[in-house]
Structures are given as C-alpha cells and as structure tokens.
Design a protein around this ligand. Structure first.
Ligand code: BG6
Ligand code: MG
Length: 223
C-alpha cells in the first residue's frame, strides 16, 4: 500500500479515451456554421469547459456574443451535442487510449479507489460504452455540478463521494482548466499533453502511453 495515497480521479475526454477529438470536430463544424472558424490552438481553451461555456467562448472569439437569444444559443449547443453523440455512437473498449487499460488494472491491484470527474453530460454513456462503469468506485454527475472547471468543485465532489481527503488523491487531466481544478482542490496533478499548456501540473506526460505509475507515486510522495 502506498502511504497516504488513496484514490486516483480521472478526467474522461482526452485522458481515458480520445473523445476530446470528437468534441473538437463537433465544435469546429458548429463554429463554421456561425462563421467563426477556429484553430486547434484555440480549441485548447475549450478543453474541460462545459457545453454552454464552450459556446460562449466561441461566440466571443467571433465577436458574436450578442447576436443570439438564449433560445438560439440553446439550439446551437443542442446541435453540437447531436453531432457529438453521432460521433461517439461506435465507441467500444478498443477506444481506450494506449496504456489506460493497464494503468487501471495496476491502480486496482494497488487497492486504490477510482473516481471520474468529467463535466461532460455524456460521461455515463461513454463510460458504459468503454465498459468501465463497474471498474470505477464513483462517477460525478456533471448535471449536479454548479461550477465547471477550472473551479475545484468537481474534483472535491469526487473525493467526497469516495470518502477520502483531497490530499490523498491524484487527479489526471488533459486540459489546462482541469489542472487548475485539481490544484484548486488541493490535489496532486498529472497532466497529459504539452508541458507548455499544462505547466501548473505536478508532472506532465506527452501522452497516455508514456505514463509511469511508479514515477507518479515517487513524485507524489516527494511533494
Ligand atoms: C469536457 C470536454 O469533458 O466535457 C469538453 O473536455 C466538453 O470539450 C465538456 O465541452 C462538456 O461535454 P458535454 O458532453 O456535456 O457537451
Ligand atoms: Mg479532458
């Protein structure tokens, strides 16, 4: 048993599976529809951000934040979600990112609790399709979260549902807003992606394949 470490809390999109790419494709299509094309670089700012907050960011980018009524904005967000739902229809356990299956097996063998802290309202569906739901001790319901990432609420909620202290948790994220949420919750943060974007994480891996649990534990214990 690793001293004091009790739980690992995962983000979903872009950490467990590559749905971050599907969110990007669906937002990009919607952006083009409202004449606001955007780059992958801008998309980094959308990662980890709730559906409506993402739409607001896109409209602001195009200077169109005052061009739509609330009803129209809701319809735009629903359209993006319908597109996203079509893209995730065929997800299977084969869509786990490299190394994630083994990482989960290692964590369970170590007796650690597993939590999911995703702001996606599609998280339960994706976890079911990946056949991971029964492997996790808790999944936070995004519909019950008042403040999205970067607010720490969702990671604190995951720790509370697991019955552990934030200091006994490690959070894993691919989004800058997600790393802020983990750090704000007082947890050790593992980033998946570029060092530059995730500079506030305690340790960063370029991709999931490179994640080393032993290295993370060492870094956590030396904190
Ligand atoms: C996050 C994604 O996990 O969920 C964001 O990183 C996405 O890109 C957000 O916007 C909300 O997802 P959904 O499925 O509720 O629209
Ligand atoms: Mg993510």
């Amino acid at each position: 048993m690793i001293q004091s470490l009790k739980a690992i809390i995962f983000d979903l999109d872009g950490v467990i599976t590559d749905t971050a790419e599907y969110h990007y494709l669906a937002w990009k299509a919607l952006g083009e529809e409202v004449d606001i094309p955007f780059t992958r670089e801008f998309n980094e700012e959308l990662k980890g951000i709730s559906r409506m907050d993402s739409l607001e960011k896109i409209l602001l980018l195009g200077g169109r934040q005052n061009d739509f009524t609330i009803e129209e904005k809701t319809a735009l967000a629903e359209k993006k979600n319908a597109h996203y739902c079509r893209l995730i229809e065929g997800i299977t356990p084969a869509d786990l990112l490299p190394g994630i299956k083994d990482l989960i097996a290692t964590l369970k063998a170590e007796g650690l609790k597993l939590g999911l802290a995703s702001v996606s309202k599609n998280a339960f569906t994706v976890m079911d399709r990946l056949e991971l739901t029964s492997q996790f001790d808790t999944i936070v319901d995004a519909a019950k979260i008042l403040k999205g990432k970067p607010d720490p609420e969702i990671f604190l909620k995951a720790a509370e549902q697991l019955g552990v202290e934030p200091s006994e948790c490690i959070g894993i994220e691919d989004a800058a807003a997600g790393v802020d949420s983990i750090k704000g919750a007082g947890m050790f943060a593992v980033g998946i992606g570029s060092e530059e974007t995730l500079s506030k994480a305690d340790i960063v891996y370029e991709n999931t394949e490179k994640v080393s649990f032993e290295e993370i534990v060492k870094a956590y214990q030396n904190k």
